[in-house]
Design a protein around this ligand. Sequence first.
Ligand SMILES: Nc1nc2c(ncn2[C@@H]2O[C@H](COP(=O)(O)OP(=O)(O)OP(=O)(O)O)[C@@H](O)[C@H]2O)c(=O)[nH]1
Ligand SMILES: [Mg+2]
Length: 478
Amino acid sequence: MTPSLRSAVLARLHRLYDDVVPLLSGDDPSATEDARASLAEPLRLAVVGRVSSGKSTLVNALVGRRIAPTSAGECTRVVTWYRFGAPDRADLELVDGSMRPVRLAGQGLPNELDVPAEKVSRLVVHLASGPLRDLTLIDTPGLDTLTAANDAATRRAILGAGKASQRAAGAADALLFLIGDAARRSDVDFLADFRASAGRQSATALNAVGLLAQADRFGSGPFDPRDPFDVAREVAQGLATTHRAELADVLPVSGLLAETARTGRISESLARRVADLAGEEVLALSLRRQDPALQDLYRFFGPYGVGAGRDQAANGAARLKSWCQEVSGIADLENVVRSRLVPRADLLKANRALGVLATAAGRADDAEKALALVETATFDPDLHPLQELRALHALTSEVPGSPLVAQLSRFVDDPDPVALLGIEAGGPDELALAARRRSAEATRTAALAVFPAEADAGRVLARSYQLLARRLRSDAGG
Ligand SMILES: Nc1nc2c(ncn2[C@@H]2O[C@H](COP(=O)(O)OP(=O)(O)OP(=O)(O)O)[C@@H](O)[C@H]2O)c(=O)[nH]1
Ligand SMILES: [Mg+2]
């Protein structure tokens, strides 16, 4: 999508908000105001999963700093936003609307807040950390916890308040969803709710990336000859296939090894202590897990990292650090975020903002009028890129092998319309003719398609080519 198409999407949405918001008097404006404001912000990526699944550890790895407290017990109690900003600071937003600063203890947040969690709506942390420039990370309390209030806080923040049917969508544009060795029923229900939370506009799976967290703990322990990451990769592939409709992908990661590598934990002396364990037999080493003198090593590297990291550590801290980073899988995760989510940020935000407005329009006094405005905008050429995104999501989850996936992806991601037509060069008339031909082909594909998602994608694509032909002609002054 070219920058001008992107700004046309945003401009059309602002016009729609201008038209619809006056019809919503009497409705709580916070969700619509927030969705509109988010159009000017970086992508909001929420990290969600069960209690102690490793969410905060992963957030630290992604931010490159040990900012979020982590612990073996239930730890994160309030939804915490990590945004770009200087100087570093943290503020609690309380339910009553007031704000309260939080002192950053050393580098990180304090383990305990001096306000009860139920009085907090969220904690907002500003950090001058490079990765946050184009990404706001949202760490959440665990789902399915014994503490129902924590689970509820996450659902409110990510899915929005109220009953599922009348919910204003929550605040996240995309999700990293941590799963264990198998997705439980409740995980799948949550993901289905996330899809539904953006309203009927969002039949999507591509904005929820699954993570098989703590991949270093897979396999059956120190005597298992298989590498835990190999086991995790296999499990992840199975889960990705089973949950194609809910998750864009499932990637094995070790948040712990990534956090340890990236937050300055590995000094030369620490590496030497790991290397000194080189002579230990597997059995002796596994018995030493309880040794108080080694507790920090096990906390930083986990049993797999200590065992397999010994040889690496013999070559010094830098080698141990890069090994931890490589095996952790964090680079693959960042690659997915940087190549699939961040470039689509405007579309994902616009899609959510449209969904939020559509939900609110249904509650307006004159709902018929408000919904008609939304409907008209939805099919406006300026918002066609949202149709492309929606069709691409449905197609990728239902018919991933379809030849239309590549074509639709190019419309969504590729800024060069000439490249889209697959011809080297030509005058505007020739290009417009090629675009019209492609449109006719897509219409034929739609007519012959067996799967509804492919038929829909063909129709959307036919219009994409037509709009492209129109733009090429108008660029040429025709
Ligand atoms: N071996 C291993 N341990 C991990 C990994 N990630 C996290 N842990 C450990 O698991 C425990 C929980 O990690 P957290 O990051 O606090 O988990 P969380 O999901 O934020 O937990 P809550 O905030 O309580 O929901 C901590 O003791 C971490 O050190 C990992 O990738 N590998
Ligand atoms: Mg946590």
